[in-house]
Write a protein that binds this ligand. Sequence first.
Ligand code: PRP
Length: 215
Amino acid sequence: MNDRYLTIALCKGRVANQTMELLENLGIKCDEIKDKSTRKLIFQDDVNKLRFFLAKGPDVPTYVEYGAADLGVVGSDIIDEEQRRVIELLDLGFGKCRMCVCGPKDAKELLMHREQIRVATKYPVIAKDYFHNKKYQTVDIIKLNGSVELGPIVGLSDVIVDIVETGSTLRENGLDVLEEICPISSRLIVNKVSMKMQSERIKKLVNDIKEKNSL
Ligand code: PRP
């Protein structure tokens, strides 16, 4: 076997656990990653020559672009937002949710009449692309770092662009989905040089993941 370790950056939390479940079907096991009490960030599988590390979601494409990780698993929302030079290899089929424009029901009017509105979001690149390039609507984008649903409630913005999974955050705060931007799911990404230099191993890994998980 190739002596070089393949390094895989995983988005901390649920994505990391779901990725490990998928890899367990290939006989790749690393229970330590799923241990909620550990503060460790790097884990190694010496049998399969794999190294995993846990990063914040938006940093995963950064590690992969610079080659600090050969591969990464992260949501397509983050890939679209970060605009890093990486190759997307596979839709892993978990982490499914939707990127939506949300707000109070009466904000639908503002969207229909292409008014200059204020949009609060953690995803300014996606929001700008949607309003400017797809809807041809001029908007003010206000970047927030979380609890974005507060925007229309406290009068910071007219609408928000955010992820909707179960819809309960919207419901509990009296907001609705007004428009759907795109579906989201977790993706396997790869560094461009790694894809060339380690192509056999990476292609085999991708094929095994597909086969053993019926993707
Ligand atoms: C995300 C997202 C929504 C919520 C959607 O927030 O920004 O607020 O989850 O999920 P739901 O439709 O199942 O309710 P997250 O929990 O990541 O926290 P944040 O608001 O601090 O970003």
